[in-house]
Design a protein around this ligand. Sequence first.
Ligand SMILES: [Zn+2]
Length: 243
Amino acid sequence: MEDNRKTILVVSAHAADFVWRAAGAIALYVERGYKVRILCLSYGERGESERLWKIPGMTVEKVKEDRHAESTRAAEILGAEVRFFDMSDYPIVPTEEKIVEMVNEFRLNKPEIVLTHSFEDPYNPDHPLACELTLKTRVYAQAAGYPAQGKGGQDNAPPVFCFEPHQPEQCNFKPQLLLDITPVWEKKLAAMQSMAAQEHLVAYYTDLGKRRGVQAVRNSGRRQIKFAEAYQRIYPQVTDTLS
Ligand SMILES: [Zn+2]
């Protein structure tokens, strides 16, 4: 059967980034009938798997296996699809072949919305690289002559939203959009709790969700909002209404 759902692409540098920073948006849009496709560029085997490396006899392959299983489970909880590119981490190494594969994702899925990391992150060079790769492959997908699957063309120019980095002030991240994720908070919490390799982050991102929720109420008067996620745009919003 043909899949006619609208698509969102989420480009995550490491195995868990999409969970902490965008699980609310993912769950919300899945509930609205979208296909949400997560592209995990790496497993975060070197830089974001602290707890696993404390286990005696741990190997890179075992860390990757565990992180693959964790991310797959988190994506299932959220109702999303996940694809792993295994580009290594610290640093992420984007070969020409993997870049073409990312362009294929844009060409074949024609996403309506794209989510990824912020432009800057002095704590983690893989995050800005993931942002750069997302913008590059989005543009290559539009180029008529770029040799990938499907057809190029500027009819697919989806907005790109950066999700909130761990220390936003150092990354020049300014929330321009506060997304109400109250209806799907329990799903985000369950997805976060499934990431055992970084369990120390659950409380931190629960607090952040509440804080952004308070700010969402302050900026809208909508008192029913309890949890929110912050996003920053890269391209201008196109609209015929000032709102
Ligand atoms: Zn990361």
